[in-house]
Design a protein around this ligand. Structure first.
Ligand code: WT7
Length: 663
């Protein structure tokens, strides 16, 4: 593959070392026997009963995998279960008085909230009853546009209880993004929040929700608003807007029988960015997804019921779905939620939380780790972090330096670090070390988990030699996989399968899943993920489509053309760079740049904010008129531009480069 990736990779692996799992960890690990790899291979797909066995089923399944119609695989068919019953009811006898959720608000002077399993069960029942009363029926999609408040997992579990799929939209996304997702899912119900706290200020979220609702193209029957800010923010409530507090009070003590769902029934939808402007509605199911979330939480995060487990992600992303809500609660552990940012009121807030709650695991993103590194060791050093037993990272490649810093300064060289590769579409972890079994190699995520056939292949689909770069693929299905893109089977095939499958075949062996990541594998089968090979930018571990951003920019009056690429960024991993051609007479000045940035924030959210807007008279294009993104990326990264001879307009590259250096 690309030469520059090889160079980057060499730099990343130059100082690659091995770390053995700490003895103290191995002694108590949920999985400490390496024979699981062989065992799963031999018993595939029957091995996955081990994941399904972590759940309580209303009706036992009769088939582990139905692969008669690839790539529309079905798992645990014939079985039925309820996700909320699995996350709550079945724990009540033994864990009723134990904390299910420890919620920490950002302001330090207020009461944090603990929900025991008993209390969480009660409120989920009450809100499930309230949703029913509002007319939410089985299979109606309920959208949640909520920050990190406990009512978010409560609403998710209430939906799960009555068989209504949820679609959570990250609170940092814009009003437009909310409208697009509600429209795509034909969702008539919204649960939102008046606001939340960010770096000491309150954010007025309801205004954004109202703006989004104005863009919904069908009737929205009701909007439920959680009160987080109290008197701090007075917002109008329309006739169909209800206060969450009133609804649950009206249903005090209500009991809602969990609806038994087929294993293959949709548990939730999650919209994620793709290469077109239209986000993809990834569909996850009740049986396969929940089994996967539970099994990976147990095997990789080593979660035990008596743990206090802390994942610092936002529930608005898949990480929070699988590894704050469903996986941990299915296992009956205590899961933590933190509302705010890690630097408020001081840069030691996470360490303060870890110490106070005696967290056993911490699962976070490389971007956060790079920030902690920059802030300095005095922050973690001033806290007792000895409760930690395991550390994890997710969302983007972690450079060995950051990995080692995390291992040493947070884990005290006594906790395994799991670098977990996966995606919204995979439902849960795919490539990572089993922490009680495998050595760790900083910079490499590790081997595929047992029971997975993940290979790095060349453009023909043939496995590459160790050390060579290629494309990551999954050659066999797995229970947590997406089932399709909502209402769009065709796009499901074209986005994930077409590349390496024989799409005319009914033989599952001819179907290969392509996650759009580049990767390399070493002699030990350890996979180093190199990053996306499609037009998706990974900013701080969050996925953004270049097309989505470009369409926001070309919507600005005075913009003729735009190209957006990802460039390296010290903290964020990647950042957004926008190259813009203005229309005749339109000045490319600071005011116009601001307008463009604001348009992107409006269309997607602050996370997509371009790091730089470069006005240029032309864009580098191939003879067939395709924009050469690679070149623009190189310019953003100040790299050697290589061969530009296939360009229709080679001079333009120098012009753009000169402009970037001026700015
Ligand atoms: C993309 C998926 C996984 C939940 C959060 C992001 C990148 C993810 C790693 C890792 C290198 C990683 C990939 C992937 N990615 N984990 N450990 N090492 N890259 O979910 O928004 O669906 O993004 O994140 O490029 O395709 P997502």
């Amino acid at each position: 593959m690309q030469e520059e990736q090889d160079v980057e990779l060499e730099a990343r692996l130059a100082d690659q070392e091995r770390f053995e799992p700490p003895e103290s960890f191995v002694e108590q690990a949920n999985v400490a026997d390496g024979s699981v790899y062989e065992e799963f291979e031999e018993e595939w797909p029957g091995c996955w009963t081990q994941a399904a066995d972590l759940l309580d089923w209303d009706e036992e399944y009769d088939t582990v995998l139905d692969d008669s119609n690839p790539p529309f695989y079905e798992w645990f068919t014939g079985g039925s279960l309820n996700a909320s019953a699995n996350c709550l009811d079945r724990h009540l006898d033994e864990r009723g008085d134990e904390a299910a959720i420890e919620w920490v608000g950002e302001p330090t002077d207020e009461d944090n909230r603990t929900f025991t399993y008993e209390e969480l069960h009660r409120e989920v029942n009450e809100f499930a009853a309230a949703l029913r009363e509002l007319g939410v029926g089985e299979d109606d999609v309920v959208t949640m546009y909520m920050p990190m408040v406990p009512e978010l997992p409560i609403a998710m579990l209430a939906c799960a209880r009555i068989g209504a799929p949820h679609s959570v939209v990250f609170a940092g996304f814009s009003a437009d993004a909310l409208a697009t997702r509600m429209n795509a899912a034909d969702s008539e119900h919204l649960v939102t929040t008046d606001g939340y706290y960010r770096r000491g200020d309150h954010l007025e979220h309801k205004a954004k929700a109202d703006e989004g609702l104005a863009g919904v193209d069908h009737e929205v029957s009701d909007v439920v608003v959680v009160d987080r800010l109290g008197d701090a923010y007075d917002h109008p409530m329309a006739d169909n807007h209800h206060a969450y507090g009133d609804l649950v009070a009206e249903q005090a003590g209500a009991a809602v029988e969990p609806v038994s769902r087929d294993a293959e029934d949709m548990l939730f939808l999650m919209y994620t960015s793709g290469t077109t402007g239209q986000p993809k509605g990834v569909k996850h199911t009740t049986g396969g997804y929940l089994s996967w979330a539970a099994w990976t939480s147990q095997s990789v995060l080593d979660i035990k019921p008596e743990d206090t487990y802390f994942c610092s992600a936002d529930i608005g992303w898949i990480t929070g779905h699988s590894y704050i809500v469903y996986g941990p609660l299915a296992l009956g552990t205590t899961t933590m939620m933190y509302e705010g940012t890690p630097d408020y009121p001081e840069k030691d807030r996470l360490w303060d939380i870890v110490e106070e709650y005696e967290a056993d695991q911490l699962y976070t993103a490389p971007t956060a780790i790079r920030a902690f590194m920059k802030w300095g060791t005095e922050y973690p050093d001033s806290h007792d972090l000895s409760s930690l037993r395991l550390l994890g990272t997710v969302g983007e490649p972690i450079n060995p330096r950051a990995w080692k810093w995390y291992y040493k300064h947070i884990g005290g060289e006594d906790c395994p670090v799991v670098d977990t590769w996966w995606q919204t579409e995979t439902g849960g972890m795919m490539v990572t070390t089993l922490p009680g079994v495998k050595d760790m190699k900083p910079g490499s995520a590790g081997p595929p988990l047992p029971g997975l056939d993940v290979q790095v292949v060349d453009t023909n689909g043939d496995e590459v030699e160790p050390g060579e770069a290629g494309y990551l693929t999954a050659q066999k299905p797995w229970p947590g996989m997406l089932r399709t893109l909502y209402n769009n089977d065709e796009r499901y095939i074209s986005e994930y399968w077409e590349e390496y499958s024989d799409t005319d075949s009914d033989d599952p062996d001819d179907w290969v899943y392509f996650p759009e990541d580049g990767a390399k594998v070493d002699e030990d089968g350890y996979i180093t993920v190199l990053g996306r090979v499609d037009d998706v930018i990974n900013v701080s571990g969050h996925r953004l489509g270049t097309m989505e951003i470009e369409s926001a920019i070309v919507g600005v009056e005075g913009v003729a053309e735009a190209a957006v690429v990802g460039g390296d960024h010290e903290m964020k991993g990647e950042a957004v760079y926008a190259y813009v051609i203005t229309e005749d007479g339109q000045e490319g000045d600071a005011a116009f740049e601001e307008e463009i940035v604001a348009a992107v924030e409006d269309a997607i959210g602050p996370i997509a904010r371009p790091e730089a807007v470069v006005f240029t008279p032309e864009l580098p294009k191939t003879r067939s008129g395709k924009i050469m993104r690679r070149l623009l990326e190189d310019i953003a990264n100040e790299e050697d531009l290589g061969d530009t001879s296939t360009l229709r307009n080679p001079d333009v590259v120098e012009d753009i480069e000169a402009k970037v250096r001026d700015d």
